[in-house]
Write a protein that binds this ligand. Structure first.
Ligand SMILES: C[S@@+](CC[C@H](N)C(=O)[O-])C[C@H]1O[C@@H](n2cnc3c(N)ncnc32)[C@H](O)[C@@H]1O
Ligand code: SF4
Length: 345
């Protein structure tokens, strides 16, 4: 890895113009570089053919593209593909490609591991090893073999996006800017447990859809499942969300893993309705992906359907999220944990 050079992937148009200026290149070279990066996805500065050879050589002395191909992948019988991407710092994160009829969604990671330590999450068990740079986040798209088929991106891989907000905002800016990928922010969803001050900033500085990991409407139970509840209780998350408009283009959803015998009774359904009353949102019920060493289990289908029907009939549109890639453990964290363990040996 040529770490003495700086990656171009992850720079905004203005920053690329500054690079051009500093290298003594013509002013328009910044826009040319943006095109080679975010439209053409070149893997080498040598491929930036409308930049003179002399300027490419100069550029290469200080910069590199910053793209890295996936190190491993597992393919599910249902077409879901889990990739293991290296980061610039030599660690690994998981990215899951989920094709589905006319959609193809990419689930990207924002951190290596996570500080939030949710009881049910393999990434939480892995501990925190560092935040991804914007280069690392964008590389999961840039170097994806199925890149041109993507219709949606969800920040639901490893890590808590609000705990790496600057780099997540930089990546979503480049994904949505005209000079970048020119995607509508409506094709991007960012999922969070709710982090004080950061969630507010994200809502105000981005137009992407917002997903909140709810998992319990009851403070004590949510705190047991998700220690982040102690830093920003779900009641405060919901109060904050009430200040913003989710009734038009921008969507607000809540994720709810249904654990058998824990948060799956009508008592919880009623609390959810009370908590979310008047908020424009939907709920996605999620099947629990079993992880090693955790004494929790998923609710059965009939219980999930009953919950869905109750919530929908009480005004909160609710769906059951199809589980994908079961056979390759597409629940994030397992592949990278295995890679970490083999590296540590
Ligand atoms: C891995 S997180 C990443 C985004 C963010 N940190 C969050 O928690 O919302 C994405 C979603 O996966 C869920 N999740 C984590 N572990 C899971 C598991 N074992 N089974 C099902 N869903 C899980 C989380 O609760 C969250 O809704
Ligand atoms: S569910 Fe999200 S916040 Fe919780 S440990 Fe996993 S990645 Fe972190």
């Amino acid at each position: 890895m040529e770490q003495s050079t700086t990656p171009l992937l992850g720079l905004t148009l203005n920053e690329l113009k500054d690079v051009a200026k500093a290298m003594g290149m013509p002013a328009f070279a910044g826009a040319q570089m943006a095109k080679w990066l975010y439209t053409q996805h070149v893997s080498s500065i040598d491929d930036m053919l409308n930049i003179s050879k002399a300027n490419r050589e100069k550029l290469k002395q200080h910069y590199r593209i910053g793209c890295l191909p996936p190190a491993d992948c597992q393919k599910s019988v249902d077409g879901t593909i889990k990739y293991l991407f290296p980061t610039e710092s030599g660690k690994f994160v998981e990215t899951v490609y989920i094709p589905d009829k006319d959609r193809a969604t990419l689930c990207v990671s924002s951190q290596v591991g996570c500080k939030m330590n949710c009881l049910f999450c393999q990434t939480g068990k892995q501990g925190f090893e560092g935040s991804l740079t914007a280069t690392d986040i964008l590389n999961q798209i840039y170097s994806l073999p199925e890149r041109d088929k993507l219709t949606n991106i969800v920040f639901m891989g490893q890590g808590e996006p609000m705990d790496n907000l600057d780099n997540v905002l930089r990546a979503t800016e480049i994904l949505t800017a005209d000079y970048g990928y020119a995607w509508s922010p409506k094709r991007i969803t960012v999922s969070s447990v709710g982090v004080k001050n950061k969630l507010k900033r994200f809502i105000e500085e981005s137009e992407c859809h917002v997903a909140i990991s709810l998992h319990s409407p009851v403070h004590e139970q949510r705190a047991m499942l998700m220690p982040a509840e102690k830093g920003m209780p779900i009641a405060d998350v919901v109060e904050l969300l009430r200040n913003y408009d989710f009734s038009h283009q921008r969507r607000l959803s809540f994720e709810y893993i249904v654990f058998g015998g824990l948060n799956d009774s009508m008592v919880f359904a009623k609390e959810i309705i009370r908590l979310l009353r008047g908020l424009d949102c939907r709920i996605n019920l999620i099947r629990f992906h079993q992880i090693p060493g955790v004494d929790l289990h998923g609710a059965d289908d009939a219980t999930m359907e009953k919950l869905r029907d109750y919530l929908t009939s009480h005004g909160v549109f609710t769906t059951i999220r199809a589980s994908r890639g079961q056979d390759i453990y597409a629940a994030c964290g397992l592949l990278s944990t295995a890679r970490k363990e083999s590296q540590d040996k």
